[in-house]
Design a protein around this ligand. Structure first.
Ligand code: DMJ
Length: 470
């Protein structure tokens, strides 16, 4: 979940080819690597390895679940993500730009053919608006960015039009949670902030590409509906009623179900230069640091508090929030981003894989699952790009090795139900985001991706490259 271009066309330093290092995993995690400038890039072989691993999983998906939303690698079957008994080809759409970056062109061509010929968007069933935007609209837009095939842009626009009633039928402008793709019927008035606010990158890009402002305006109105209802402490809660505008969940937190809400305020500013978004991001972030930041042993965590009184209510942290290290680095707080990444790296000293939720004071897993989440490596990529420190490639390499050790199965990779069990208890799913996020981040970190502009790019919360494909 990440972004890299700035308003006004400012660019970042190209950081590939930085100092090579020789690391043990322990040194990598502790950040004690020493540089040896003469050594060859030790990551080049890993880049090729990422493609090999991706191919194994992709071939399994093609053989056993082609056209279904996701692969179940243990049982060798497919599963539905959005519509029980229906499919929207989630994995195919999630993988489009990754296939392009990895130069798997015949696979990309088969995937594009499926989208053109077999993707049915007129299904008479409700879908979750947020997931459809970040995964499908975003995936189709990144496929368009990769191929310049106008059919993909048209499909993204068609889907967005089917989702728009969720925004347009709401009194506040914040979207309903579900919309029926065929009828436009909406339901689900109590909506978590991530679901309200994580749409301006995809909808704004669609507006830019089509010249139709409707999508950007809908997304901005949704963000406004939340930001203008912030508390006098400049905090927001977790959930809002989109019909009344009343807060339903009043805990201020960076964890789900809020997480990417903050991300898209910053992204909307960097992508489209909208000053309101920047002001809202700065205002809410100042309050986050005043009320939620919890500095311990040189590390940084983020606690929970009541949005109205500021009273501290919890010390939990979700793995999904690990993306925030990269966001902080990109939004002008690199030292805080590094301290937050150090905190998660410390968790990886306790756990072999990051648990879904932990009590960071006791370093105890509150939810021991590891659904192949990409957030830690997402931050590795953007901390590396922002700070130029090779440390973040080495941290990514360590997690990559652990994923291979614990999550690899004959047909690719699968989720872990309990990272604290020995041996770890596995589940049966390769999530769509594994193709869109994990493997893309590793590839960009390790390989010198010739089709990626490391200076000027934008990756969405779902890892979709909306800008920066060459
Ligand atoms: C992805 O779908 C996106 O990154 C989203 O913003 C939340 N996290 C999941 C993967 O963990």
């Amino acid at each position: 979940m990440t972004k890299h271009s700035r308003p006004g066309g400012l660019t970042r330093r190209r950081l590939l080819g930085g100092l090579a290092t020789t690391l043990t995993p322990a040194a990598a995690l502790a950040g004690t690597a020493s540089a040896s400038p003469a050594a060859p890039d030790p990551y080049a072989a890993l880049g090729a390895d990422v493609v090999t691993e991706f191919r194994t999983a992709w071939d399994s998906y093609r053989r056993l679940a082609w056209g279904r939303d996701e692969l179940r690698p243990l049982s060798g079957s497919g599963s539905d993500f959005f519509i029980p008994g229906g499919t929207l080809g989630l994995t195919i759409i999630e993988a489009l730009d990754t296939l392009y970056l990895m130069e798997l062109d015949s696979e990309l061509s088969a995937a594009v053919d499926w989208v053109k010929n077999d993707l049915r968007l007129d299904q008479r069933a409700p879908v979750q608006v947020f997931e459809a935007i970040i995964r499908l609209v975003g995936g189709l837009l990144s496929g368009y960015a990769a191929t310049k095939d106008s059919a993909l842009l048209a499909r993204a626009g068609e889907l967005a039009d089917r989702l728009l009633p969720a925004f347009q039928r709401s009194a506040t402008g914040a979207p309903y949670r579900y919309v029926n793709l065929a009828t436009g019927e909406v339901h689900g008035a109590e909506v978590p902030l991530a679901e309200v606010g994580t749409c301006i990158a995809e909808f704004g890009e669609l507006s830019r590409l089509t010249g139709n402002r409707t999508y950007f305006d809908a997304a901005k109105k949704a963000l406004r509906a939340v930001c203008e209802r912030r508390s006098p402490l400049d905090l927001v809660g977790t959930t809002i009623n989109v019909e009344t505008g009343a807060w339903v969940g009043t805990t201020a937190t960076l964890d789900p179900p809020v997480d990417s809400f903050y991300e898209y305020l910053w992204d909307g500013w960097t992508l489209f230069g909208d000053k309101d978004l920047r002001t809202w991001y700065d205002t809410l972030t100042a309050a986050v640091f005043e009320r939620l930041a919890d500095r311990r042993n040189g590390r940084l965590w983020f606690r929970q508090a009541d949005m109205t009184t500021g009273r501290i209510t919890g010390h939990a942290q979700s793995e999904l929030t690990a993306f925030y290290a990269g966001l902080l680095a990109q939004s002008g707080r690199p030292a805080d981003g590094e301290r937050y990444h150090d905190a998660w790296t410390a968790a990886l000293g306790t756990f072999r894989l990051p648990p879904e939720y932990l009590d960071y004071r006791a370093m105890r897993a509150l939810n021991p699952a590891y659904p192949l989440r990409p957030e830690y490596v997402d931050s590795c990529l953007f901390l590396w790009l922002t700070t130029g420190k090779d440390l973040y490639r080495s941290r990514a390499r360590e997690l990559y090795a652990r994923q291979k050790r614990y999550c690899k199965v004959a047909r690719g990779y699968t989720v872990v139900d309990d990272v604290t069990a020995s041996p770890m208890r596995l589940g049966d799913l390769t999530p769509g985001y594994w193709y869109s996020e994990n493997m893309k981040y590793y590839y960009l970190l390790f390989a010198k991706a010739s089709r990626f502009d490391y200076r000027n790019n934008y990756l969405s919360t779902e890892g979709n490259v909306l800008r920066g494909l060459k």
